[in-house]
Design a protein. Structure first.
Lengths: 381, 305
C-alpha cells in the first residue's frame, strides 16, 4: 500500500528541498524553537496530513500571539512523508538536518515507523498525533509518545458504555476481515475480565442481506447488548433486522460505522443506537470555538466545510501538550521535556491525555455517541 | 430465551424467507438451462439490475404514491426493464452463438462476459455506492407465541413467492407457451419443423426468468434495504447452487433447492454457528449430490421444463 511515489513526486520534493534550504537561510531569529512536522501532504492521505498541519499552525500562532513558550517563539518546519516509507525516510532526514528541537506529526503508521529511528538517533522528542498502530509501541523508542488511542481503547470505552446502560450479556458480530475480527477479538479478551459475559460471537459475511438467522441466534443467547464490529452499510442492515426481529436490548456499533450515513441507512430502527466513535471535533468540549478559530486562521470561505477533519483536535492538542511539558520541565532540553511528557496530565480538546510507561495514551479518547431524533448526540457516562 | 420448538420454528421461517428468494432466482437459471442448456451466469446481475430499477422507480413514484401502491408499481417497472435486459442479452449475446451451433463452452464464457459487463457498468454508473431503499413500510408482528414472531411483511413475501411459483408451474403445464418450452427442451429441431417459433419462445423464457428475478429483488429491497452493484454476485452463486441441488432444468427442483439451501443456512447458523454456516450448508449439499448426482428432482433422462 501507499507505494505511490512517482518520479513526479520525487522531482517536486527535490524542488521543495531546494526552496526549503533557501528559505531556511533567511529564517527568523535563531532564538526560535523549531518543531519538525512529519505529515503526508501529498498522496492518498494528503487530506488528513493537511488537516493536521493546519491545526499545528493554528496552535503555534495562538501560542506565539500569547507570548510564546518560556519567552521563545515557536516555528514549524514541515516535511511531506507522502504516507510512504521511502518518502518518510527522506522527510525525516530533512527534519533532522534542519536542526529542529522537537518533532510532531505521524499519520500513516507504515510511514511513521521508519522515521522514528532517525528521530531517535538524533535524540529528538517525537509526539505522534495520529498514527496508532501497536507496532509503534513495539519499536521501544523512549522519546516517542503516541497521542491517539490505539484500536484496543474502543474496548475501554465500550466497558464504560456497558456500565452506563447496565447491560451484562454481550453478543459480538464481525465480518471476518482483519479490522472487524480484530475488534471482536479485543472485545473477547477485554470484556470478561471487566465482569461482562460474551454470550455469542457471530459472523456476517460482507454484503450478505439476510441476517435473520443470526438475529434469532442472538436472541436465543440471552444477550442484552449487541456490539457490531463492522462498517456502516452492513451495520445498518443488522440494526434494522435486530429491531424487526424483536430484539429489545441495546445496540452499539464500532468506529467503522461512525458515519452520518449510518443514521440515514438505519432509518427509524436506528434510534437509540450507540457508537464508540473517534473524537470528532464537533463533539469536543470547546470544539465550536476551535472550529471557528481554525476557519478564521485559514481564511476559509463560509460555504467551505471541508475542514477540520477527524484528526484536527489531536494535532491541536499535541502542540499545547508540548508547550505544557516544556513549561513543566522549565527547559527545552530533550531529556527534561521527555520526562515531563511521561508524567503529564494534560486536558486537551480530545479529552484528558496522560501516558502509560509504554508511552501509549493511558485513557481512551474514543467517545460515545447515540442516535437521537435522527442525529448523533454525545453521551457522557 | 426461546423454547427449542419456538427456536426451530423461528429459524424455519427465517430459512423459508431466504430460501424463497433463492428459489425465485434459481428458477431463472433452471428455465434457461432447461431450454438451451446454458448456464446463464449473468442472471445474478439481472437480479441486481432489477433491484436498482426498482429503487430508482420508487424514488420517482413514491412522491405521488408512497407505501405499497408505489412499491407495486416500481416492481412492475423493474420486471419490465429487467425482462427486457434479459431478453437483450439473449438476443445479442447468446442467439448468434446458438445459431452458429457454437460449442457449449463458448456460450458459458459469453455468459460470464455478459455478467462482467453488467456488473462493471452498474458499478461505474453508481460509483460503487450502497443505496438504501427507504420503503417507509414498518413491519408489524402478525403472530406472536412466546419468543416466536411472524411479521406481516414476512407473510406477504412468502405468499407472493408461493403464488409466483404455483403460477409458473401452471403456465408451463397448461399454456401453449409452456408446452412449447417443454417441447423445445426435448428437441429444438423437431419443434422448428412443427412450426414453433423457437427463437421467440427462448426470448420469452429469458424475459420470464428475468422478470421473476426482478420480483425477487423488489421484495429483497423491502426486506433488506441495501442496494449495491455487488448484491447479485454471491446471491447469484447461491441461487445457481440451489438450481443444481434441485436438479437443474427442473422447475419444482429449483424451488425445492432454493428452500432447502435457505433452511440449511438458517439451521446451520443456529446450531453450528454463523462462521460455519456455509461450510455446513455446502458440505451437506455435496453429500446430497454424491447420492443424487442429478439433483433432488433431476432424472437421468430428464424431461426439462
Amino acid at each position: 500500500m501507499f507505494k505511490k511515489s512517482r518520479k513526479m513526486v520525487a522531482v517536486l520534493i527535490s524542488v521543495f528541498l531546494l526552496v526549503g534550504i533557501l528559505a531556511a537561510c533567511d529564517g527568523g531569529s535563531s532564538d526560535d524553537i523549531v518543531i519538525g512536522v512529519l505529515v503526508p501532504t501529498s498522496g492518498t492521505e494528503a487530506y488528513y496530513g493537511t488537516d493536521m498541519m493546519q491545526s499545528y499552525d493554528l496552535a503555534v500562532s495562538e501560542i506565539n500571539e500569547a507570548g510564546g513558550v518560556l519567552g521563545k517563539k515557536l516555528k514549524l518546519f514541515q516535511a511531506d512523508d507522502g504516507c510512504d516509507p521511502n518518502m518518510a525516510s527522506t522527510a525525516a532526514s530533512r527534519i533532522v538536518a534542519e536542526g529542529v528541537d522537537f518533532v510532531v506529526g505521524g499519520y500513516c503508521s507504515g510511514a511513521t515507523i521508519p522515521a522514528m529511528q532517525q528521530f531517535y538517533d538524533a535524540n529528538l522528542l517525537f509526539l505522534l498525533s495520529g498514527a496508532n498502530s501497536t507496532r509503534i509501541t513495539e519499536q521501544g523508542f523512549q522519546q516517542s509518545f503516541m497521542i491517539n488511542s490505539p484500536g484496543s481503547h474502543a474496548v475501554l470505552t465500550l466497558i464504560d458504555l456497558l456500565k452506563y446502560v447496565g447491560a451484562q450479556n454481550v453478543a459480538l458480530i464481525h465480518q471476518a476481515d482483519e479490522y472487524t475480527e480484530n475488534l471482536s477479538d479485543l472485545c473477547q479478551a477485554g470484556l470478561p475480565p471487566a465482569g461482562f459475559n460474551i454470550v455469542a460471537v457471530e459472523v456476517m459475511e460482507k454484503g450478505a442481506a439476510d441476517v435473520s438467522a443470526i438475529v434469532t441466534s442472538i436472541q436465543n443467547s440471552g444477550a442484552d447488548f449487541v456490539y457490531w464490529c463492522g462498517y456502516h452499510a452492513d451495520g445498518s442492515n443488522v440494526i434494522r433486522q435486530l429491531r424487526r426481529g424483536g430484539f429489545e436490548g441495546h445496540i452499539a456499533v464500532g468506529d467503522g460505522s461512525a458515519s452520518p450515513e449510518l443514521i440515514t441507512a438505519a432509518g427509524p430502527e436506528g434510534e437509540g443506537v450507540f457508537v464508540t466513535s473517534p473524537p470528532f471535533v464537533e463533539f469536543a468540549v470547546g470544539g465550536e470555538a476551535f472550529v471557528s478559530a481554525y476557519r478564521a486562521h485559514h481564511k476559509m470561505a463560509a460555504d467551505d466545510d471541508s475542514f477540520p477533519g477527524a484528526y484536527a483536535t489531536l494535532a491541536y492538542d499535541t502542540i499545547y501538550l508540548l508547550k505544557a511539558a516544556i513549561e513543566k520541565a522549565g527547559s527545552f532540553e530533550t531529556a527534561a521535556v521527555r520526562n515531563a511528557v511521561q508524567s503529564i496530565e494534560f486536558q486537551g480538546l480530545s479529552g484528558l491525555i496522560k501516558f502509560t510507561a509504554d508511552r501509549e495514551p493511558a485513557l481512551s479518547n474514543f467517545i460515545i455517541l447515540q442516535i437521537e431524533n435522527g442525529a448523533f448526540k454525545k453521551i457522557t457516562p | 430465551m426461546f423454547t427449542i420448538w419456538e427456536l426451530i420454528l423461528q429459524q424455519t421461517v427465517n430459512g423459508l424467507i431466504l430460501g424463497s428468494f433463492y428459489a425465485l432466482v434459481a428458477l431463472g437459471y433452471s428455465m434457461v438451462y432447461g431450454i438451451i442448456k446454458l448456464l446463464n451466469f449473468a442472471h445474478g446481475d439481472i437480479f441486481m439490475v432489477g433491484a436498482f430499477v426498482c429503487f430508482a422507480s420508487f424514488g420517482v413514484v413514491s412522491a405521488a404514491l408512497p407505501g405499497w401502491p408505489g412499491i407495486v408499481i416500481s416492481i412492475v417497472i423493474a420486471m419490465i426493464i429487467a425482462g427486457i435486459v434479459g431478453y437483450l442479452t439473449q438476443r445479442f449475446a447468446y442467439r448468434p452463438l446458438i445459431k452458429a451451433a457454437a460449442p457449449r463452452l463458448s456460450l458459458l464464457i459469453t455468459a460470464i462476459g455478459v455478467s462482467l459487463i453488467i456488473y462493471n457498468a452498474v458499478m461505474v454508473i453508481t460509483s460503487s455506492r450502497t443505496y438504501f431503499f427507504q420503503s417507509g413500510i414498518e413491519a408489524a408482528p402478525l403472530f406472536q407465541a412466546g419468543m416466536f414472531r411472524l411479521t406481516d411483511i414476512q407473510v406477504i413475501l412468502l405468499t407472493i413467492s408461493a403464488s409466483l411459483m404455483a403460477g409458473l408451474t401452471l403456465m408451463i403445464k397448461k399454456t401453449m407457451v409452456g408446452k412449447a418450452m417443454r417441447a423445445i427442451a426435448l428437441d429444438r429441431d423437431t419443434c422448428r419443423l412443427m412450426g414453433i417459433n423457437v427463437n421467440k419462445i427462448i426470448g420469452v423464457t429469458f424475459f420470464i426468468g428475468s422478470a421473476l428475478a426482478a420480483i425477487a429483488s423488489g421484495m429483497y429491497n423491502i426486506l433488506y434495504v441495501n442496494v449495491s452493484f455487488s448484491m447479485g454476485y454471491m446471491f447469484g452463486i447461491k441461487a445457481f447452487t440451489a438450481a443444481v441441488i434441485g436438479g437443474i432444468g427442473s422447475i419444482p427442483g429449483a424451488m425445492l433447492g432454493g428452500l432447502l439451501l435457505g433452511l440449511l443456512e438458517a439451521i446451520g447458523t443456529q446450531f453450528v454457528g454463523s462462521q460455519w454456516k456455509d461450510v455446513f450448508a455446502f458440505g451437506l449439499l455435496i453429500v446430497i449430490l454424491i447420492f443424487r448426482p442429478n439433483g433432488l428432482m433431476g432424472k437421468t433422462e430428464i424431461e426439462r421444463m
